[in-house]
Design a protein around this ligand. Sequence first.
Ligand code: RIB
Length: 302
Amino acid sequence: MPNRPRIAIAGSLNMDLAVSMQRMPRQGETVKGEQFHAVPGGKGANQALACARLGADAALIGAVGNDAFGSMLKEQMDANNVRSDAVAIIQDVPTGIAAILHADRDNSIVIVEGANGRCTPGWIKRNAELIRQAQVLLVQLEIPLESVREALQIARDSGVLTVLNPAPYVELPDDLLRLANYITPNETEFECLTGAVYGTEEELEAGMRQWRMGGPTLLVTRGGKGVSFLKDGSLHTVKAPQVEVVDTTGAGDCFNGAFCVAIASGLDLAEAVAFGVKAASLSVTKFGAQAGMPALEEVHAR
Ligand code: RIB
């Protein structure tokens, strides 16, 4: 990477409460878990940490509660060179949490937003300078939608590139979508965005072609299959390398962070996607959303 990329991330911080088990319980069933871990997470924090590990100057705008989880999450950001001055500590609400069931190389997640819900448009505005100073703004959907819009608007008004990771999916108004230069749904989120189901590669290609021609550049993240985008009107997929998967939590966040670092460093679309895919494939080889975020040297060595 030629220069030190500057990325602003507006998003969530959660304590991930993760239970590993042999298989997911069916509705109404109790199964025995094997392990329990409380580890730092939240899409905003994961993405910020991914950027910082890859050598970027990463600044996170968000909010935690005034409690033990909140302190641990802020410390984790500081220890990993993520600028956390714009992570507010809110008095009367707990830090956000994610309850994660982890089985069979996959997971299911329930989030309780807590203080993430207090990352308001006003707080984003107060920290607008961090966005204006960045080359790329990265946002997801675990803070209020109006705050996401505010961050995107500030970025667009200042010529900062914007990446919208529409996760977890909520319906997105057109005017908000227009503020994004890039949008990075996974396959399920893309189906929600378009209201269609894609059973084959051909159907996915047709769906991607039809979706908002002239809108944000679309990158569909596809887990172990890699990441797809349109190149000269045809579906192009950067395949994920085969790795020993330990935990997929945060793999999408790693891709998003790495992609932002790459475009801020001047790589073209295909190169930036390839860089993101490599980074994400390394991230799944360790347990925990943040523990597996690779350093720049590890990605180059792959
Ligand atoms: O993308 C993974 C993240 O989603 C987890 O860290 C969890 O906190 C949820 O926000």
